[in-house]
Write a protein that binds this ligand. Structure first.
Ligand SMILES: Cc1cc2nc3c(=O)[nH]c(=O)nc-3n(C[C@H](O)[C@H](O)[C@H](O)COP(=O)(O)OP(=O)(O)OC[C@H]3O[C@@H](n4cnc5c(N)ncnc54)[C@H](O)[C@@H]3O)c2cc1C
Length: 948
């Protein structure tokens, strides 16, 4: 933290100023030095850099025009929301222009039926929840700065907040983005109902700290606001003992919505301020614990938490009896930063995350460092996530004290890293933490992050000087030519082996296999020949195999358990590619039950992992098609979700880190083992769902959950899609937090089944059942405990036995209609004639071929034939393709005789099915360029290969 001295703002050429004024109006371009003062720092006031100008566009069109003009002038810029960032992220380095979103504050759509909202980037976080609350919905991520910070800033920083312990951080909730890239072009990423479509660029953009371009429109998902809340405040002698209580609460299987600690220094600051909350000033720490849910069962949870606090040594535990008391208990936590201004002229807000079990030890170390440097340290932090904020109090006019702050700050970072943590959990790297990046990532990983920046911003003009240490990524003003993907970047047919004569490709494969036999450990290469997967014994062997494959120019197909349907190689004859398997990587590498996390090798099956976790009372809420046999590497690489994704998020949301061996054989260790981590660009989420296109995943680190105490499935039957739609709406309106909500049409079963999976304490599950019964208004079948679990498991496993004919994403509210359109397939396997929207409803109960499954909360729609080869032809003409918003994902050995009319009319017949304008095409190009960085020789499969 070396603070920069403000100098006079650099000036822009008059013609550039005029151009910007013509785009947004004169009043929206600020160039006067006194008015620029506000923009020369963000919430981390130690850094001050005057911008050349500030431009405030009022719409997406104006924003695009501004960025286009800056691109033409080759001038650097930085996006800015409310400027509450705490890592210097919104500072305009290199004489850059600040592009502010203060005038882009419109909520464009609130769509309660799909629990989503679309907003402009300048919308203030808290105002979104204010707008959605009338529908019983909230936007879950709630940074403590939520009354000021913007959704654009939240996306850029992947912000968290007190309630992210239970609900997860921003990346879980962003479902779609419109971008203006630094060259002025537009890209459209994701969108509800479009999941599983190539690389997860939404996941990569979230947390990219404004370095990849501007988010001009943001689509987010919303969650029901739960009716019951219980809050308690526990007072401890020290932060260390409060930390012990936190570990005990989590280890007991409780999942509070929030677990927050403030220490003595902070309490004293708050009590001496206008925000006094009535906390006793003699205590060492105050712990705020909050539970939310249905009313029933909450008292038991909060009482258990109170008992655990007392056992850990709490001298007093208070429970809020009213909303006013709850607000008072939170007061000390929420106003902590504001109050600190009273006790010191300057405050360095630090941000680091450690495994939760390390909290007491690290807190003791921080106290020791503070004492040794003669500094006051005030701790305010998200204890449940292990996300620390040790705040160093000082006076920047005292140069000697400033030097001590800097040294202490470095030691605190080091202590957190040594404890298995990372350098930032939510504030980002910005300018402040660049110097620590090499402490948590290898040069190879930093280079790859730099290459990602280069893909989005080849000239390094967008937010230069942030996140990456010098020497990584395109430097602004350095390589003025920029770098494209390079001539080797494409995935040519030749590189995939397609254009070469099969004999030479086969010969290359044989040559490679012979070489692997020499190099790899015994048993890696199967006796049966090259058609069988080569299974190296470890990560280094996989790296060696990939390097040799590149040398021999042999395409590689990563295989896990080989269970996924519909991904047979396209254009590659089976004898020409190396099938590289993770079947021998079967170790549970590190299970930390107290931190609710596990690191496993890629070849471990979900079933084996679940078994190992169950003995500790934990589980991974993932139910992919294929069931328990799926390998963990395969699960993460395909990214395919099952019904539980609706309640818990997808597998990408549980991923903390992974190891990937890229196409060039480099081992990249990505992410970490802490639940909140925003250090650098999010390559973990990029790799999830990449289907082998970026490399072979060799290990994954995952967040776990306590096994639910009670489980129940309630099943209703409805006669037709319209009634299904009505019942869906009625069930969703209850706001009951469902683990899953699915509809299914089965061969030889009359009607459409609708299944709600409920999990929680016994009281909560009973209460949920009662809440659902009234609106359902019809008799239900109930499956309890093991019967419920077994039933869902059998459904997943069936997908491994049958043939997945069709997988697509639709807007959840439209799901019943699409299901209706597919019903004829259940009846006959084929429909003749032009489709008319919903299509004819054939009577159920005939001898049938296929079954249908629909995720009613997330719009996953699947069509499954019971056994391979049973259905050979489908006619998709009845599907209202114009409404289908996601890619047709997999039709494997099946011949599709006709495609939805709308797709034909758009001229977008497969392999790129959905209608695609230039912004989608731009996103596809970004994907290709990213793949070229991970796999320069183009030997790995594309994420969409195998699609029809
Ligand atoms: C008192 C206080 C409490 C805080 N508590 C929390 C907390 O609990 N959790 C947490 O995570 N953070 C917290 N923060 C940090 C900060 O509020 C968050 O990082 C927030 O997301 C920043 O939003 P902003 O609108 O102020 O963004 P800014 O500070 O203006 O910008 C932050 C970054 O986002 C980029 N950016 C902004 N808009 C866009 C856009 N449209 N497109 C692309 N990039 C863009 C900027 O270039 C910059 O790199 C706190 C800060 C303060 C001062």
């Amino acid at each position: 933290m070396s603070s920069s001295v403000p100098s006079a703002p650099p000036s822009l050429s008059p013609s550039l100023v005029e151009g910007l004024q013509s785009a947004v109006g004169e009043a929206a371009v600020i160039t006067e030095a006194d008015r620029l003062l506000v923009y020369e720092s963000d919430g981390l006031t130690q850094y001050r850099v005057p911008p050349a100008a500030v431009v405030l566009p009022a719409s997406e069109t104006e924003l695009r025009e501004v960025i286009r003009i800056l691109a033409q002038a080759d001038h650097p810029f930085v996006m800015r929301g409310a400027g509450t960032g705490l890592s210097g992220g919104a500072l305009a380095m290199d004489g850059g222009v600040v592009v502010g979103t203060a005038r882009m504050g419109r909520i464009l759509e609130v769509d309660p039926a799909n629990r989503r909202a679309r907003v402009e980037p300048g919308v203030v976080n808290a105002s979104l929840t204010r707008a959605t609350r009338v529908h019983g919905l909230i936007y879950a991520p709630d940074p403590s700065s939520q009354s000021a910070c913007t959704l654009g800033g939240n996306v850029a920083e992947n912000s968290g907040g007190p309630h992210c312990l239970k609900y997860g951080v921003t990346s879980r909730y962003v479902t779609g983005l419109h971008l203006v890239l630094p060259d002025g072009s537009e890209a459209r990423l994701g969108g509800m109902g479009r999941e599983e479509e190539g690389l997860d660029l939404v996941g990569l953009f979230v947390g990219s700290e404004g370095c990849f371009g501007a988010a001009s429109e943001i689509e987010v998902s919303l969650v029901p606001e739960l009716p019951g809340v219980r809050t308690l405040l526990a007072l401890f002698e020290s932060v260390e003992t409060a930390g012990v209580a936190v570990t005990a609460i989590m280890a007991r299987g409780l999942l509070p919505a929030a677990l927050e600690i403030v220490d003595r220094e902070t309490i004293r600051a708050v009590e001496a301020s206008a925000f006094a909350a009535g906390y006793p000033t003699h205590v060492g720490a105050a712990l705020v614990v909050e539970f939310d849910g249905l009313e029933e069962g909450l008292d038991e949870e909060v009482e258990l938490a109170a008992l655990l606090c007392r056992e850990a040594g709490a001298e007093e535990v208070r429970m809020a009896a009213s909303d006013e008391e709850r607000a008072a208990l939170w007061q000390g936590r929420k106003k902590a930063f504001g109050a600190m201004g009273r006790i010191a002229p300057d405050l360095l807000v630090q941000d680091a995350t450690v495994p939760r079990s390390q909290l007491p030890a690290v807190l003791a170390q921080i106290a020791e460092i503070g004492t040794r440097y003669g500094l006051r340290v005030a701790n305010v932090f998200h204890a449940g996530d292990g996300n620390l904020h040790p705040n160093l109090l000082f006076d920047r006019r005292d140069a000697e004290e400033l030097a001590r702050v800097e040294a202490a700050s470095g030691e605190i970072m080091e202590a957190c890293i040594q404890a298995g943590g990372t350098i930032t959990g939510e504030h980002g790297v910005g300018v402040d933490k660049r110097r620590y990046m090499h402490r948590v990532y290898s040069p190879q990983v930093l280079r790859r992050m730099g290459e990602m920046k280069e893909v989005f911003d080849p000239r390094g003009r967008c937010n230069p000087g942030k996140v990456l240490p010098d020497g990584f990524g395109p430097p602004w003003g350095g390589d003025r030519e920029g770098k494209g993907p390079g001539p080797e970047g494409g995935r040519s047919a030749e590189s995939r082996g397609g254009a070469s004569p099969p004999s030479s490709a086969e010969a290359r494969l044989h040559g490679l296999v012979a070489r692997l036999q020499e190099v790899l450990s015994p048993g890696a290469v199967a006796e049966e020949g090259p058609a069988h997967p080569v299974c190296p014994a470890g990560e280094e062997e996989i790296a060696a195999a990939l390097r040799l494959a590149a040398e021999h120019r042999v395409p590689v197909r990563p295989v896990g358990q080989g269970l996924e349907r519909g991904t047979e190689p396209v254009g590659v004859s089976p004898g020409t590619e190396l099938r590289l398997g993770t079947g021998r990587l079967t170790a549970v590498l590190d299970h930390a039950p107290e931190d609710l996390q596990v690191r496993v090798s890629a070849g471990v099956s979900l079933k084996d992992l679940s078994h190992a976790l169950a003995s500790h009372g934990h589980w991974l809420p993932a139910d992919p098609p294929g069931g328990g046999e799926v390998s963990m590497g395969g699960l993460v690489a395909t990214g395919v979700s099952g019904p539980l994704a609706a309640g818990y998020g997808r597998i990408r949301d549980q991923l903390l880190g992974l190891t990937l061996v890229d196409g060039g054989g480099q081992v990249l260790s990505l992410g970490g083992r802490v639940v909140k981590n925003v250090a650098g660009f999010d390559l973990v989420r990029l790799a999830a769902g990449s289907r082998g296109a970026l490399g072979i995943i060799t290990s994954v680190t995952l967040r776990l959950f306590p096994l639910p105490l009670r489980e129940r499935t309630v099943v209703w039957s409805v006669p037709d899609p319209d009634t299904l739609s009505e019942l869906r709406d009625a069930l969703m309106a209850t706001g009951v937090p469902l683990a899953a909500l699915e509809a299914a049409v089965e061969p030889r079963v009359r009607g459409i089944a609708i299944m709600a999976r409920l999990q929680g304490s016994a009281e909560a599950v009973d209460a949920m059942t009662r809440s659902l019964e009234a609106p359902a208004g019809r008799a239900a079948r109930v499956l309890e405990g093991e019967a419920s679990r077994g039933w869902w498991a059998a459904r997943s496993e069936r997908e491994a036995r049958g043939t997945l004919l069709l997988r697509m994403g639709v807007l959840p509210s439209e799901g019943p209609r699409h299901l209706g359109a597919l019903l004829p397939l259940v009846g006959s396997g084929s429909v003749e004639g032009e489709g008319t929207g919903a299509g004819p409803l054939v009577p159920l109960g005939r001898p049938l071929g296929v079954s249908l499954a629909l995720g009613l909360l997330d719009g996953r729609l699947r069509t499954l034939a019971p056994a391979k080869g049973e259905v050979e032809e489908v006619d998709m003409n009845g599907v209202p393709g114009g409404e289908v918003v996601s890619a047709l994902q997999a039709v494997s050995p099946l011949r599709v005789v006709r495609w939805p009319r709308a797709w034909r009319q758009e001229g977008v017949l497969p392999p790129v099915p959905p209608p695609m304008g230039p912004p989608r095409a731009r996103a596809l190009r970004l994907q290709e360029e990213i793949m070229a960085r991970f796999d320069p020789a183009g030997l790995l499969p594309g994420p969409w290969e195998g699609l029809p």
